[in-house]
Design a binder for this molecule. Structure first.
Ligand SMILES: Nc1ncnc2c1ncn2[C@@H]1O[C@H](COP(=O)(O)OP(=O)(O)OP(=O)(O)O)[C@@H](O)[C@H]1O
Ligand SMILES: [Mg+2]
Ligand SMILES: [Mg+2]
Length: 513
């Protein structure tokens, strides 16, 4: 474009451009599989230390890797879901570094030719002036590579010891590398959240960040739009989407401060401290590492075939990964699911986000819709306000709700049948929450909350209200129809909200005409 980073020149064209953040993520997703990437050891996280370790995992001389087909399928399925090109042939490499939890002294990864490349992840977050509009963006996926996880070092400061647990050594990982297309913490958090939902829908990774099944490294730099990219730092040890956003926004601010006070940003690895909200340089990663990459001699190229018929003759179908078959098994993805909810039920896009993002909420909503005569738009109001309200207040998940979808459907049915009013329905909901053993009908009966069906009684109460409020009646007669609502409120107060509002309005209109 011919633009340079020269501030003077920018200044000549107008005010210097603001510095903006540039963010690129590397996501390590543990593959959900029974056994490790290159050995038959079981994958498990609660097992006693070093109980799930084969000779290969411990790098005993003479052991050889055997590629786990399920891990390859998981990577292929993830690549397809992210619109990647699946490389029909990919290669494994050795990446060398010295660390106690890496007994071989190298990690087998895919540096030169990874299994999937050139994808996109589309994600959304709430934006706009009132922060209630769904803003949709996308980030390019540079590549997905298969690699081994390392073991775990357990530092015991008291005994001045480091113990090694190799249970995790050799577990299959997918490293998803994104292009630096994002600009702030909020975008990165939304993208990771969407990735998490996709992986969980596919079943290729369980996606729990706190348990380390999904580990995100944030690469952060700043520059002026149009200029070259700035020098990046890489932030590690981020254990939740919220902390990811905090770490990135802190890092952008820190780098701005460094530049504005005349310094330069160092290309370094930093660690996020959730307590202080700061990032600090990581000592052990200082300096440029030379990984001495080399082709892995013990593994042939990894081949993936379009169809069974394109596999070479003599190869057993159980030995190969076939794209056609994996494509067929792709489940409904979160974005498609949201669209389906909006189209099927006529609900707002932002509500479809909440339904899909909260574990179990969509199933809850659809179960209520199936069991009630109330329309889906009415049900969504209840799920978003009454249900979510109490769940959040008490820090419960949907599966812990004391009110089942069936019980909520019963409340709504009572209202639809004209047996209780809408305000009473809410009251019954609150009661049922406290005493989940009961049914909505029982509560209505015990507390005498049913609609007053006796119309002479309603006429009597309306008359009483009209007689005792001559000024208001006068106002209505002279054209101020809004005052009618006040009289309606007074009638409902007398009946404790149990009179049919349509009937009350009709009677009052007649009496004040
Ligand atoms: N200027 C930049 N600002 C922010 N992010 C960047 C910038 N340049 C590159 N990135 C991001 O840095 C990441 C580079 O990851 P990649 O795996 O290719 O290499 P690496 O970080 O050097 O290696 P390793 O896998 O050992 O961490 C990508 O996510 C990319 O989007
Ligand atoms: Mg990387
Ligand atoms: Mg990196």
């Amino acid at each position: 474009t011919g633009r340079t980073g020269d501030r003077t020149r920018n200044w000549l064209w107008g005010a210097p451009q603001e510095l903006v953040g540039v963010v690129g993520l590397e996501i390590h997703a543990q593959i959900h599989s029974n056994t490790k990437l290159f050995s038959g050891s079981r994958v498990g996280f609660q097992a006693p230390p070093n109980s799930l370790v084969s000779f290969f995992d411990a790098s005993l001389p003479g052991t050889l890797p055997v590629l786990n087909r399920r891990c390859v399928e998981a990577a292929v399925m993830t690549g397809l879901a992210l619109n990647c090109t699946i490389n029909r042939k990919s290669l494994f490499d050795r990446k060398h570094y010295f660390y106690a939890d890496l007994p071989a002294g190298y990690q087998i990864t895919q540096q030169r030719l990874p299994i999937a490349v050139d994808g996109t992840l589309t994600y959304s977050h709430l934006g706009g002036r009132k922060r209630n509009e769904v803003v949709t963006k996308s980030v390019r996926i540079k590549q997905i590579q298969l690699e081994q996880d390392s073991g775990k070092s357990l530092h015991n400061d008291y005994r001045n010891q480091t113990l090694i647990d190799l249970n995790r050594a050799g577990v299959g990982l997918m490293e998803l590398v994104m292009e630096p297309d994002m600009s702030c913490g909020e975008e990165a958090a939304a993208a990771v959240r969407e990735m998490q939902l996709i992986l969980q829908a596919l079943g290729t990774c369980q996606g729990n960040m706190a348990e380390g099944q999904l580990r995100v490294d944030a690469n952060v730099s700043i520059h002026r739009p149009g200029d070259h990219w700035g020098i990046r730092t890489e932030v590690k040890n981020i254990n939740s989407a919220r902390n990811l956003a905090r770490a990135i926004d802190y890092e952008i601010q820190r780098q701005m401060f460094v530049l504005e006070s005349g310094g330069t940003v160092q290309n370094e690895t930093r660690s996020f401290d959730g307590k202080t909200g700061h990032t600090i340089p990581m000592r052990d990663k200082e300096g440029l590492q030379d990984y001495r990459f080399m082709p892995e001699p013990n593994l042939p190229p990894l081949m993936v075939y379009e169809a069974c018929s394109t596999a070479p003759p003599g190869v057993a179908p159980s030995q190969v990964v076939v794209l056609e078959e994996v494509r067929e098994r792709l489940p409904e993805l979160p974005s498609v699911r949201r669209q389906r909810l909006v189209e099927t039920y006529g609900i707002l896009p932002e509500h479809s986000f909440t339904l899909v993002n909260e574990d179990g909420l969509m199933d809850y909503f659809e179960a209520v819709v199936r069991e009630t005569k109330a329309g889906p738009r009415k049900v969504i109001g209840w799920v978003m306000n009454e249900l979510q309200g109490l769940l959040h207040q008490q820090n419960l998940s949907v599966s812990q709700s004391p009110i089942s979808p069936q019980a909520l459907a019963q409340i709504l049915n009572l209202q639809e049948n004209g047996q209780i009013s809408s305000s009473i329905a809410k009251q019954v909901f609150q009661e049922l929450w406290k005493t989940p053993g009961k049914t909505a009908q029982q509560i209505v009966k015990e507390q005498d909350l049913g609609m007053v069906n006796d119309s002479t009684e309603i006429y009597r109460i309306c008359q009483k209200v009209v007689d005792s409020h001559p000024d208001q009646v006068q106002a209505i007669r002279s054209g101020n129809k809004k005052v009618l609502n006040k009289l309606m409120g007074l009638v409902q107060k007398e009946t404790k909200g149990r009179a049919d509002p349509v009937l009350v309005r009709a009677i009052l209109e007649q009496k004040t005409s």
